[in-house]
Design a protein around this ligand. Structure first.
Ligand code: ZN
Ligand code: ZN
Length: 234
């Protein structure tokens, strides 16, 4: 597993299984937050990394979504550290195997019931910050997909909202994407928060991604015949 500090508070941990798979460790005031949990063989490596970092104990795991390549190490980690696991409430029936992800034939359970809990929301159902991270609902790749923005470091941990190619934003993996049009619409989050750096699970980082957003939207909408009114927010 390759590890790299990408900003003042954030480390990225990468393994490779056909495609690159990243998770992120965020240093908080009270310990560390793990963003996504990769595949099962990353479990020991993640635990060792956190121990060696000496930035305090693991306090929580937050998930971008429930696909199996984002939750794989949870059991190994929870055996050593009993910490809460958070995901968006919309994602639960899919990852817990009650419903098939849109576009998939069968339900597939990727996480056992009662392991995860919904991200906290305020009275208006807006997602509340968790540690130094602010979650945003960005559906499309999966119905309850969220990205996490680290305001202080100006880094957007974008999960599978995108992949990247030649340092630019690139569409999420089509075979595993529930609704490409919706994913493209959700990419507007990049214009909203204007991160200095954007990280994706399956690819290299994108620097100043807002600069490439229009090109990304145009290219992807064209390639997937997405009607314009479905892409640009009015
Ligand atoms: Zn995914
Ligand atoms: Zn993925």
């Amino acid at each position: 597993m390759k590890t790299k500090q990408i900003s003042e508070h954030i480390w990225s941990l990468r393994t490779w299984m056909v495609i690159p798979i990243h998770v992120w460790v965020v240093v908080e005031e009270d310990g560390v937050t793990l963003v996504d949990a990769g595949i099962s063989l990353m479990g020991k490596g993640i635990l060792n990394f956190i121990e060696n970092l000496q930035a305090g104990p693991l306090k929580r795991i937050v998930l971008t979504h429930g696909h199996s390549d984002h939750v794989g190490a949870i059991n190994t980690i929870l055996k050593e550290n009993s910490v809460p696991v958070f995901a968006h409430s919309i994602e639960f029936p899919y990852m817990e195997g009650e419903l098939a992800y849109p576009g998939r034939k069968k339900p597939a359970q990727s996480i056992e019931k009662n392991v995860a809990q919904p991200l906290n929301v305020d009275a208006n159902d807006s997602l509340l910050p968790i540690g130094g991270l602010t979650p945003y609902l960005t559906p499309g790749h999966s119905p309850g997909h969220v990205v996490y923005y680290h305001t202080k470091d100006q880094v957007l941990l974008a999960g599978d909202l995108f992949t990247s190619k030649n340092g630019k934003l690139h569409r999420p993996i089509p075979m595993f994407t529930s609704n490409m049009g919706e994913a493209v619409k959700s990419s507007e989050i990049v214009r909203q928060v204007k991160p200095k750096r954007l990280e994706v699970c399956h690819g290299n980082p994108v620097i100043n991604p807002a600069d490439h957003l229009d090109t990304y939207i145009r290219k992807t909408a064209e390639a997937y015949s997405i009607p314009e009114q479905n892409v640009f927010k009015g």
